[in-house]
Design a binder for this molecule. Structure first.
Ligand code: OOG
Ligand code: NI
Length: 465
């Protein structure tokens, strides 16, 4: 390798997520415990299911199965958001999707920075769910002005991080030394600072307006508020958390347990109360803050707009039957309602595909690889003939109702606040300095490319013997 050749964006992202994992385990020991539990359950699940193990060996790297899949931060200003976009771009992470959480009583809107190509996702799928605080939703004008001034005065990126981002933009990449420095510098933005930027009085007023506002405004930077490894059995981890001394949120968010998993299921342990100090004249005053937690996720098939429409309707329907309370008193009833309502969602890959509810990746079967056809044939014919097989494409994005549930359970179980629903993707994109990518286009593109490559291979391949 040439000495000054560039490190790939995928490798920088991998190094970054590994460094973040180490930092967060040190900062939040309960997260380390969760990781141990996830590793144990994943190992047990794999040893009990030879088929699953075989499939994962073929499609994923088994030794990385329990690694982090995502994390989340909350930013305070448009300038922070647009700089964050440039920083993530160096790691091959681009904004996909727009999530309005105001409807769910959380004064933010968000996107997910993530790798987009299949190869990049496979190399390392790490994403960061990134929210921007909506100060426009603070009713009290004086408080809003104070929050704005506090945010404006802080610098969340180190000079080194900014310089290296500019360098990567100018030259189209970073060499090995710069990439290592970049990871270390960027990590600083995500670090926890237990000394607040504000006094106890302002903290309290921000907190009274909304706990999330206090979390964003009061600190020096947008500390990573959780990391999320992948689990192969989310129900089991949820059930075992108390045995490991960690308190799970009341219910698993997303669809119920199914034979054919769809979209995304996630749950977390409740955020911990941590010691912080507030500014107090020339000194500091002791206090506490609750923000950081750990989460787990289990992903299923990406749904088409039609499938997503059905999912949204069924979820809505179940929540009309039972709305899960934060303290978990009706968790069982909610689980039962969810399972019952979701019986209407087909639960075999063939049915899901036939109904046009999910995205699939098509590939040649053994027989298909040995076959050459004189002309193009219809995909359905090729499937019936056993020349082409289909496998679900994994959902790589997030779900607004689930995200709201994760936010809420980690903001304390107090009364929920209401905001006027006001999605504003245009404002968000103006602040971001770019348009967000449409998640459906992405999955449709992967599906289409897989079909094309099957058809091409079948008509141009030379049949073996
Ligand atoms: C983000 C919550 C959303 C998820 O997995 O849906 C999220 C936050 O609490 O900042 O991470
Ligand atoms: Ni999350």
């Amino acid at each position: 390798m040439k000495e000054n050749s560039y490190v790939s964006a995928d490798d920088i992202r991998s190094a970054f997520s590994a460094a973040m994992s180490v930092m967060y385990r040190e900062e939040v020991p309960a997260y380390g415990t969760l990781m141990e539990l996830v590793e144990t359950v994943n190992a047990e699940t794999l040893s009990a299911d030879a088929q699953l193990k075989e499939r994962l060996t073929a499609t994923d790297s088994l030794e990385r199965i329990s690694e982090e899949r995502h994390g989340a931060i909350r930013l305070g200003t448009p300038a922070e958001l647009s700089m964050m976009r440039r920083v993530f771009a160096v790691m091959g992470m681009y904004p996909v999707g727009y999530y309005d959480l105001s409807t769910a009583g959380v004064p933010v809107h968000s996107t997910a920075f993530r790798p987009v190509g299949e190869a990049s996702l496979k190399r390392n799928p790490f994403r960061v769910f990134t929210s921007l605080l909506r100060l426009d939703l603070i009713a009290d004008e004086t408080l809003r002005a104070e929050a704005e001034a506090t945010l404006k005065a802080r610098r969340i990126f180190t000079i080194g991080a900014i310089e290296l981002t500019e360098k990567a933009e100018r030259y189209g990449g970073l060499d090995r030394d710069d990439a290592a420095r970049f990871v270390a510098e960027v990590l600083e933005t995500f670090r926890w600072h237990d000394r607040a930027n504000v006094g106890a009085d302002l903290y309290k007023r921000l907190h009274d307006a909304h706990r999330l506002i206090a979390d964003v405004v009061s600190f020096k930077g947008p500390h990573i508020n959780h990391l999320t490894p992948r689990t192969l059995d989310i129900d089991k981890v949820q059930a075992l958390m108390p045995d490991y001394g960690i308190a799970p949120k009341a219910v698993v968010e997303g669809p119920p347990t199914r034979r054919c998993p769809i979209l995304l299921r996630q749950t977390s342990f409740k955020a911990l109360e941590e010691a912080v100090s507030f500014r107090d004249g020339d000194g500091w005053k002791a206090g506490s803050h609750t923000a950081r937690f750990g989460e787990i996720e289990q992903r299923g098939i990406a749904l088409t707009p039609k499938g997503r429409g059905l999912y949204d309707r069924l979820l809505d329907q179940s929540r009309k039957v039972v709305r899960p309370t934060a303290e978990g008193s009706n968790a069982r009833e909610y689980g039962a309602a969810l399972a019952e309502v979701f019986a209407a969602f087909p639960d075999s890959w063939a049915d899901i595909r036939e109904a046009g509810l999910g995205y699939f990746s098509y590939s040649l079967t053994e027989k298909g690889r040995r076959t050459k056809l004189p002309g193009r044939r219809d995909l359905e014919f090729l499937i019936v003939e056993g020349l082409v097989r289909f496998d679900p494409i994994v959902y790589e994005d997030f779900l607004p109702v689930s995200a709201a549930g994760i936010f809420q359970s980690n903001l304390g179980d107090g009364a929920q606040q209401e905001f006027v629903a006001s999605p504003n993707q245009q404002d968000f994109e103006a602040d971001l300095g770019a348009a967000v990518l449409n998640e459906f286009d992405h999955y449709a593109g992967i599906e289409k490319a897989s079909i094309e490559s099957c058809l091409t291979a079948l008509t141009t391949a030379v049949a073996a013997e």
